[in-house]
Design a protein around this ligand. Structure first.
Ligand code: APR
Length: 230
């Protein structure tokens, strides 16, 4: 049975009420990336960074998964073959929507990381600069988010999934950030059928064999219905 690999970005959570990054009024219009999403920014002003993620963690707790998240969970539950969700998102809407095989390549708001010993543990809802690491006790807790310039998580496993995909779908991502933006090329090399779900063509839109244009809550639901009725 077909193995389906899905990549999601901020656009899949937009209809749940979470801002995307590169919309006119998006997160990167309100905050300087170099200040809140780089290791240098964290060293320069840890409180600014920790508060930025405290705000996103609090907001993510107030919103609900939407029909697109739920459709992917249904696909995983009912499709005979393997379904893997690789997400760039740090919210937990895929899990709350019912997906179980979710890989957070850019980390998660639910996680904390020790900048001194790399220990990871469940984050408090509100983190403070200098929180102690429960493992090594260093005052070095940071949000478990992969910042620009840092290596995403699980890269070997991600590329193994892409190499064995029969179908690759990218949902709600602008294709501006690598390595995720390069996943469609990997999937095509593996012979997968590739689909892009977006409101418009992404920066790598021309590399997809098929495009489903419109809000993910509609296009993903329709696609999953088609796949499961085959
Ligand atoms: N349905 C489908 N697509 C949508 C919807 C929607 N309802 N709303 C927005 N989109 C699309 C936009 O057209 C855009 O292409 O979602 C995409 C969001 O793009 P970005 O804001 O760039 O978010 P993303 O691609 O996830 O960013 C990737 O960049 O800043 C880093 O680490 C951060 O994980 C993030 C990465």
């Amino acid at each position: 049975m077909h193995k389906i690999v899905i990549l999601t970005g901020a656009g899949i959570s937009a209809e749940s009420g979470l801002e995307t990054f590169r919309a006119e009024d998006g997160l990167w219009a309100q905050h300087r990336v170099e200040d809140v999403a780089t290791p240098e920014g964290f060293v320069r002003d840890p409180k600014l960074v920790v508060d930025f993620y405290n705000a996103r963690r609090a907001q993510a707790a107030t919103v609900e998964p939407n029909a697109a998240h739920r459709a992917l969970a249904r696909l995983e539950a009912e499709h005979k073959g393997e379904v893997i969700v690789i997400t760039q998102n740090v919210d937990d809407l895929h899990e709350r929507g019912g997906s179980r095989a979710v890989m957070h390549m850019h980390g998660s708001l639910k996680g904390a990381l020790c900048a001194a010993c790399d220990h990871r543990w469940p984050a408090a809802m509100v983190m403070a600069p200098g929180d102690p690491c429960p493992s090594c006790a260093a005052p070095a807790a940071r949000p478990d988010i992969v910042w620009f310039g840092e290596m995403p998580y699980d890269m070997d496993a991600l590329f193994d999934h892409l190499a064995s995909a029969d179908i690759f779908g990218a949902i709600g991502t602008s294709g501006n950030v690598y390595p995720a933006a390069g996943f469609v090329a990997e999937a095509r090399r593996a012979g997968a059928h590739t689909l892009e779900f977006n409101l418009e063509r992404s920066s790598v839109g021309s590399q997809f064999a098929e495009h489903r244009t419109g809000p993910a809550s509609q296009t993903v639901t329709t696609w999953v219905d088609e796949l499961l009725s085959r």
